[in-house]
Design a protein around this ligand. Structure first.
Ligand code: PMP
Length: 374
């Protein structure tokens, strides 16, 4: 177990001063690197003004307004109302409640090998029985279907309140669906009056080479979930929908969804600054070339396949035991890699988007050495 004392850019430093190249970004969090100066500056400025003031209500905190405005300016017009939460799981919970309220229905459809959080509602739509079973009973009227299997979209009916999907399944080992599959899902939801919730907690904010992953599929969700990198390293999530839909949470009952700390002013200030870094640093435009450099640098007979959506990447090995040896070998050589929750035989790479080509070359050579030694 490493004990990390400080972090800067793409590097972590342990208590003995040993330096590690971070290839996982705290699970898709540190897209702009650790302690980006613009983000740290925004946090310091907010610290001088105020911390928590008020739950959404009598007055609103300025950093929330400013960040929500920046998000809405960079989303399709229908996604114009942002509800900030503390985490991804809480964004999932809010979106599921919103779908019930908007449609008056209860059924929620999700996908095998999906991950949307660990709270009981989010767990109810998680695509893995081993993780769920110990915590039953869970929410009724949930149904799992196979991802990227168009015939199973027929399970979405007039009874379905919402379908919740990742535009690229992250914890499944980076599973990129066919473009026409997500479009068919969108069409089926329109036909049945079902809300399409897309979970971009891992894929959002530039990770896959566009600001939002859904852009690559020409699909616009009814509800968008964000978290992870949204707070630039601070805890922050959001569910985003149309103002009209979001209004349903404000009556019968009033205060239909409440959170004390959701959208903490320091988190919102940090998140807005991180988004500015993404825009001004040409980072999103650099993702595709950097992904290509990883793909070019990773050829080895033990590599079964390489899956990727921009800088969300998976190297598939024969089995979990071999993968664990490679991961340990990488870490002992100063490169942090990891595995995936539902694909333990795949090595996770999701570096900060600021990683340089030289650092990518170094990372690839270390991974190849670790494979040889495994
Ligand atoms: N959705 C996705 C796709 C995730 O990967 C995660 C976290 N791994 C979550 C939701 C839940 O986020 P949190 O851990 O902030 O609750």
């Amino acid at each position: 177990m490493l004990e990390i004392e400080r972090a800067e850019g793409v590097y972590l430093y342990d208590v003995d001063g040993k330096k590690y190249l971070d290839l996982i970004s705290g699970i898709s969090v540190s897209n702009t690197g650790h302690r980006h100066p613009h983000v740290v500056n925004a946090i310091e400025n907010q610290l001088k003004k105020y911390l928590h003031l008020m739950v959404y209500g009598e007055y609103v905190e300025s950093p929330q307004v400013q960040f929500a405005k920046l998000l809405a300016e960079n989303l399709p017009p229908a996604l114009n109302s942002v509800y900030f939460t503390n985490s991804g799981a809480e964004a999932t919970e809010g979106a599921m409640k919103l779908a019930k309220r908007v449609t008056g229905r209860s059924e929620i459809i999700s996908f095998h090998h999906s991950y949307h959080g660990s709270t009981q509602g989010a767990l109810s739509v998680m695509g893995d029985e081993t993780f769920r079973n110990a915590f039953r009973p869970l929410l009724p009227m949930t149904r799992l279907v196979h991802y990227n299997r168009e015939s199973e979209l027929a399970f979405i009916t007039e009874e379905t309140a919402a379908v919740i999907a990742e535009p690229v399944q992250a914890e499944a080992g980076v599973i990129v669906p066919d473009k026409n599959y997500l479009q068919a899902m969108r069409k089926r939801c329109h036909q049945t009056g079902t809300l399409l919730i897309l979970d971009e907690c891992q894929t959002g904010l530039g990770r896959t080479g566009t600001l939002w992953c859904f852009e690559q599929f020409d699909v616009v969700p009814d509800v968008l979930l964000l978290a992870k990198s949204l707070g630039g390293g601070m805890p922050l999530g959001a569910f985003i929908a149309s103002h009209e839909m979001m209004q349903t949470l404000s009556h019968h009952p009033a205060l239909g969804h409440i959170t004390t700390f959701g959208g903490h002013p320091v988190s919102c200030a940090a998140g807005k600054a991180a988004m500015e870094v993404l825009f001004h640093g040409n980072l999103i435009q650099s993702v595709e070339l950097k992904k290509k450099r990883f793909a070019e640098g990773l050829h080895h007979p033990q590599i079964r396949s390489f899956h990727s959506a921009g800088l969300l990447m998976a190297i598939e090995f024969a089995d979990e035991a071999f993968n664990k040896k490679v991961i340990d070998g990488c870490i002992s050589r100063g490169v942090i890699a990891d595995w995936f929750l539902f694909a333990p035989h795949c090595l996770r790479m999701a570096p900060p988007l600021i990683i340089s080509e030289e650092e990518i070359r170094h990372a690839c050579s270390v991974i190849l050495q670790a494979i040889d030694a495994a």
